[in-house]
Design a binder for this molecule. Structure first.
Ligand code: TXD
Length: 320
């Protein structure tokens, strides 16, 4: 029996998610959007694309939560994206209201789903989603770290002139300017990045500029596009998480997960390495961090906490 993935939000990322899921024949797809025509039009277009790809999946578009009943996976992109010059935090007010509606919609129709939240500002929105929906914390996770790590990996591959698949890396912390790329947990062609620094295969100045470009990766694309934000890499990142759940791959992936003491953090979502399998977030991996990494991680946690307290000021329901 094929699995069912409902995509709440059929915009740039939602449509790309639907197409990637259908090409991979991962699951049947329900594209949900308040703009019903967008959802139905993209579902029909991608359904016709399956006749080219030869994919055997069903797609429907809807604005009725009933059609998302008993989803195995729900991926949420409902919300507004940034405009040039905006920070992710500027989206809080608008997207908080939207995520409250989405939480109401999914908690009744898919209480057992694995929920992947993509909407920004990610760390606070995924936490609000869990509090509004009351779904278990190990079944609600945010997508950001895979995207940030993919940007770090791509820039490193360009600098070192080696294929991206030969680079393993990790970006932790909040999905914002305080995110923490982790050079000490990065290997290129199986060799530690710290070793490459020592032998000057890559110099500190280039690495620092790559870390800065990673942090600004989203803003760079927004400036170029002028309307909308990145969507191909975010969608690919969301699909990797959904696939690890549906196929029980138990991949270790950097995601915004609920921390209850791990890394010295309690009752907060933040980007850490987790194992995703058929039970959802099955384990939080606690890395040993250098003093620098721990300081940067704690700074990132502080930024998420501050933004969450702004969210509580907007909606007291989040204080419960
Ligand atoms: O790494 C990450 N997590 C980020 C997330 C990477 C890139 C983009 N990031 C954020 O994802 C971005 O800042 C936005 O908050 C979301 C979605 O970005 P996208 O580019 O897909 O935005 P679109 O194209 O505007 O699509 C949003 C859709 C649009 O079709 C709206 O009609 C719909 O959301 N929408 C809703 N759907 C359901 N329910 C409600 N209430 C609703 N409101 C709007």
């Amino acid at each position: 029996m094929r699995k069912k993935i409902s995509l709440i939000g059929a915009g740039q990322i939602g449509g790309t998610l639907a197409h990637l899921i259908s090409i991979k024949e991962l699951a049947d797809v329900v594209l949900f959007d308040v703009a019903e025509g967008i959802a139905k039009g993209k579902a029909l277009d991608i359904a016709q694309a399956t006749a080219v790809d030869g994919s055997d999946v069903n797609l429907i578009g809807t604005s009725n939560y009933e059609d998302t009943n008993n989803s195995d996976v729900i991926i949420i992109t409902a919300g507004v994206p940034r405009k040039p010059g905006m920070t992710r935090d500027d989206l809080l007010g608008t997207n908080l209201k939207i995520i409250k509606q989405v939480a109401e919609g999914i908690k009744k129709t898919s209480p057992n789903a694995f929920v992947i939240c993509i909407t920004n500002p990610l760390d606070v929105i995924v936490m609000a989603l869990q509090k509004y929906s009351g779904l278990p914390t190990n079944k609600i996770v945010g997508m950001a770290g895979i995207l940030d790590s993919s940007r770090f990996k791509y820039f490193l591959s360009q600098e070192l002139k080696i294929p991206v698949k030969n680079i393993d890396t990790l970006v932790l912390g909040g999905h914002g300017d305080t995110m923490v790329p982790m050079p000490n947990h990065t290997t290129a062609n199986g060799r530690a990045l710290t070793q490459l620094l020592e032998e000057n295969t890559i110099n500190k100045k280039s690495l620092d500029s790559i870390i800065s470009k990673t942090r600004k990766g989203g803003a760079e694309i927004i400036k170029l596009l002028e309307k909308g934000s990145a969507f191909y890499a975010p969608a690919a990142s969301g699909v990797e998480m959904a696939e690890s759940y549906i196929k029980n791959l138990k991949k270790t992936l950097p995601c915004a997960a609920y921390l209850n003491g791990e890394y010295g953090v309690k009752d907060l979502y933040a980007g850490v390495p987790v194992i995703i399998g058929s039970k959802g977030v099955e384990k939080i991996i606690e890395l040993s961090l250098s003093k620098d990494e721990k300081d940067n991680f704690d700074l990132s946690i502080k930024a998420v906490k501050e933004l969450f307290s702004s969210a509580v000021k907007i909606d007291k329901d989040l204080a419960k």
